[in-house]
Ligand binder design. Structure first.
Ligand code: ADP
Ligand code: MG
Length: 278
């Protein structure tokens, strides 16, 4: 009789291991363990070091997956970072404050950030980069435009799910509201947006970007009292980033046009040079 063998009839250990690792949600462990086993044998690693190496791989991968999940959940229109941001192009922007904000201590403190400046100066880029930094540091983020947010809120209100949406928006650690000021809001829209800022006040950080100086925010909200109350909350603990200057887009397209014109000019210069030499 072979019944004395306890493994008889049981699935092979590798199959069981794969099954258990899947159940424990350790995909990297599963993917890497054969390779690490071979490495351990080659390098003469003891069991503890072997396990440690596998566990570390799983941890690193899990962190990466979580950052990716947070980035997807944030719904950024594009993923941008400070690595691709040229601070010399916008001297009015306080570089050291901006990079300090990228460390996300303001998120822990539940402070707000307001980026102000004319169109094309990099406000959205800075908002996206701060949002990305927050995702990388483990904070939940939501990115919306002011008009988009108001639209979402009105729709939720009509469909009687406003409370749920408000709760979701209140729960994220960092809410980024881009482009406040491009579109004037309806009375209801302004009140709904005010409520969001109010609910987040001292509970979570909000970043707002606007092309309008504070004095002109009343034109967006259509109501001086509401604007006053909103600014009061938003600017209670706030870091202000000013981006005033020439539009980066315009500057870039001008540079491109000049570059495109360059070969023609070089030829023209050469020809002029040749003729004058003769
Ligand atoms: P705004 O939101 O202020 O209108 P954006 O952030 O949309 O401006 O900037 C316009 C474009 O120029 C974007 O593609 C952005 O990535 C780029 N850009 C703006 N400023 C800079 C900068 N200082 N360095 C690199 N790219 C920039
Ligand atoms: Mg923008």
């Amino acid at each position: 009789m072979t019944a004395s063998n306890p493994t008889d009839g049981a699935p092979p250990p590798r199959v069981l291991l794969a099954h258990h690792l899947r159940q424990l949600k350790l995909p990297t462990f599963l993917r890497e363990y054969e390779k690490v086993t071979a490495e351990a044998a080659r390098e003469g690693l003891d069991h503890v070091r072997f396990l440690l190496r596998l566990v570390e791989l799983e941890l690193i991968d899990r962190e990466r997956r979580m950052v990716e999940r947070r980035i997807r959940a944030a719904r950024f229109p594009a993923v941008k970072s400070f690595d691709t941001f040229d601070f010399t192009a916008i001297p009015t922007l306080n570089k050291s404050l901006t990079l300090e904000l990228a460390r996300c201590e303001y998120v822990v403190a539940r402070d707000n950030v307001i980026t102000l400046g004319n169109s094309g100066t990099g406000k959205t880029h800075v908002c996206l980069a701060l949002g990305l930094a927050a995702c990388q540091r483990g904070f939940s983020v939501a990115f919306v435009t002011a008009a988009g947010l108001v639209h979402q809120l009105m729709e939720a209100r009509d469909e009687k799910r406003l409370l749920r949406l408000q709760a979701q928006l209140a729960a994220v650690k960092l809410l980024i509201v881009d482009e406040l000021g491009y579109v004037p809001l309806s009375q209801i829209g302004a009140e709904l947006l005010f409520e969001i800022f109010s609910q987040r006040h001292e509970h979570g950080s909000t970043i707002v970007s606007s092309n309008l100086p504070f004095e002109e925010w009343t034109s967006v909200f259509g109501n001086q009292r509401l604007t006053g109350a909103l600014l009061d909350r938003l600017t209670h603990h706030v870091h202000i980033l000013e981006l005033n200057g020439e539009s980066y887009r315009l500057k870039q397209s001008r540079a491109r046009r000049q570059q495109a014109a360059q070969p023609a000019r070089v030829i023209a210069d050469l020809e002029a040079g040749e003729t004058s030499d003769r």
